[in-house]
Design a protein around this ligand. Structure first.
Ligand SMILES: [Zn+2]
Length: 232
């Protein structure tokens, strides 16, 4: 049997035994070893389905391990490979309007979106694209929390649509201390649908052709569990 399949099945076994971290180690190794050549050629459907399933179970592992946004990241990959099916439905069920893991209340949804936007901006502005020490993580988190508290005190978010809130969150530029080179603060990535010559809205289909809404695909806001490992 191919080595990736052995790891894949080991991963599934550990998932069933509720040992998600162990399962993740095997599933990630399987993903690295799975042959991805000729994925786009005709007759590669079953290979695509294999990899889509692998991403699906990887997502389950992340979810069980409490990394809910990394789970969504994996399910998005799965949904890009398989244009229809249960993964897509699951994706819509577990995400909020920001394309992030749904939280217990709308207020926490908002706070997580703000946090994700600001944290990924900070990480992108760093040369290494990673957060370093625990102290740095704590300091940045505290700073973002302060801005969040100030924003909550000055604006009534309940009156705004999701799109308006996103615009507001993105417009707030946090002055991060010394560690950063704030040059990219001005260049927020904007996806443009060239066939129509306009900016892509969060509910529009993504420009990559996945068939997913932009907010769930290339416009996704990373959660802290993703941003911290530099996946964005
Ligand atoms: Zn996309």
């Amino acid at each position: 049997m191919q080595s990736w399949l052995i790891d894949y099945q080991r991963g599934l076994r550990w998932l069933r035994r509720h040992r998600p971290l162990r399962a993740l180690a095997y599933l990630e190794r399987a993903l690295l070893a799975v042959p991805t050549d000729r994925l786009r050629s005709p007759g590669s459907g079953s290979r695509r389905a294999d990899i889509a399933r692998l991403f699906y179970y990887l997502g389950l592992g992340f979810r069980k391990a409490g990394m809910r946004n990394r789970a969504i990241g994996s399910w998005v990959e799965s949904a890009r490979l398989e244009k229809r099916g249960t993964v897509r439905r699951k994706l819509f069920r577990v995400t909020n309007r920001y394309g992030m893991a749904r939280q217990e209340s709308r207020e926490i949804d908002d706070q997580q979106a703000f946090y994700g936007i600001q944290l990924s901006r900070y990480i992108r502005s760093k040369q290494s694209h990673r957060l370093g020490t625990r102290a740095e993580i704590d300091m940045i988190a505290e700073l973002i929390d302060e801005y969040w508290a100030r924003l909550r005190a000055s604006a009534d978010l309940s009156q705004l649509t999701c799109g308006q809130k996103l615009e507001l969150f993105r417009s707030i530029v946090i002055v991060f201390p010394f560690l950063t080179v704030p040059e990219d603060l001005k260049t927020e990535d904007v996806a443009v649908d060239f066939s129509h010559g306009r900016r892509v809205g969060d509910e529009d289909r993504c420009v990559c052709g996945s068939g997913l809404p932009y907010r769930l695909c290339h416009g996704r806001i990373p959660g802290a569990d993703e941003a911290l490992i530099g996946k964005f």
